[in-house]
Design a protein around this ligand. Sequence first.
Ligand SMILES: [Zn+2]
Length: 451
Amino acid sequence: MPRTALFSSLVASSRTFRHLLHSNPYVSNDEAWTAKKIVDFLAGGAGIPGVRGIQPLRTGCGGHGLVYELRGSLCKASEEYPPTVLLRSDIDALPLTERPSSSSDAKSKRAPVSSRPGAHHACGHDGHTAMLSAALLWLSEHPEILGGGRVIAVFQPAEETGDGAKAMIEAERAIAGSPDASLFGIRSISRGAFAFHNIPGRPFGEVLFVRQGVAARASTGLEVRVVGAASHASEPHLGRSPMPVLAALAQRASTIPQEVQRTSGQSLAGPGGAALVTPVHMHVGNAGDFGVLPASGKLCLTLRADNTHAVEALVEAVRDAAEEEATLAGGGYEIAMERIEPFPAVVNSRGTTDILTRAVTAVGSSSSSWKSVGDFVERCGATEMEKPFPWSEDFAHFTSECGSGALVGLGAGEQWSALHAEDYDFNDELLPLGAVLWVEIAREALKPTPQ
Ligand SMILES: [Zn+2]
């Protein structure tokens, strides 16, 4: 099949595939159906006549994770560690109910709405999956692009809960027997790890990245549980309600980073901005129990900063503040804290972002060989960010395991609905752009290095 026709067929198939995933979303750690559909799509060559399809190297990796391996046409079978680049897509949806915008313009541009209430691909991981799938099938048809190198492609579950990347790495270590021999280890992935995330609100085609340093912030959820003593509501002096402790802590939360700075003299602010302690949920007693002074309650907080060390300083400061408020409320409380969904910071490395900028140039330059496949390539350009993305990403586990990496944003359009919004849908126009960018990243990463 001619190059342009094959590419158009791949984009059309991956769009249909993306819509299938979008209308059947499965949340973190429940992606068995999603993983099976990815395997089917890739094994069947996207349903395109003449495309051979590819089989996974691993299934069920760290839950419902998949790993694919592609070898270049010059890659020696005997070589244990050929030059290798890791390409990663996340595959999970969010526990939200989709409510699409009612405007007909928006309707015509979107995938069919989720058929599973309470689950919504509201972060575009359906689109990330389709982009990487299209790129892998293109590369398997053109192994000369990879030369003497190899691609390890990862479809990662449970990104939203922050445990999928870690689980995949641990599962691989268990198979390999030692961290050094792991498929994701530094010796195996010698040319860096890459991940894309679509970024609504930024111009379409903008490729956003931090050249070197923190690219997405560290964070953790923190549940603060306070236990006092129950009593009849008519005799509150005989009990100890956790209410005043939790209310005071919730009010004080946002000023805790400044408190740390005042007491330690050390600022927790980094390039990403100020450190944050944000109350997100509070629960005390039971609604309807008007006769009971409650004994226990909890406050949930999200802590965010540029690195794990600063997040740990915030955790300790929250503990101190909770104990102080408990004493002020009369004492006699038990306080327990639990970290939930901790994310380390993603750190981009210079060598990897240099590969990225060369790939962006190859796609978007006036002499781009991709011009014939669509005018979307003309809108592709690199934008270096001064600040990291404000959110967190568990891709951090791959960058630290592989020794180098880059988290890359793809501008989805200025008018596009925000990530995690009820009416969010992935912008299908990004599919061909993301696919060619993946192909060029693989080509640039695996070029022989000068001796
Ligand atoms: Zn996401």
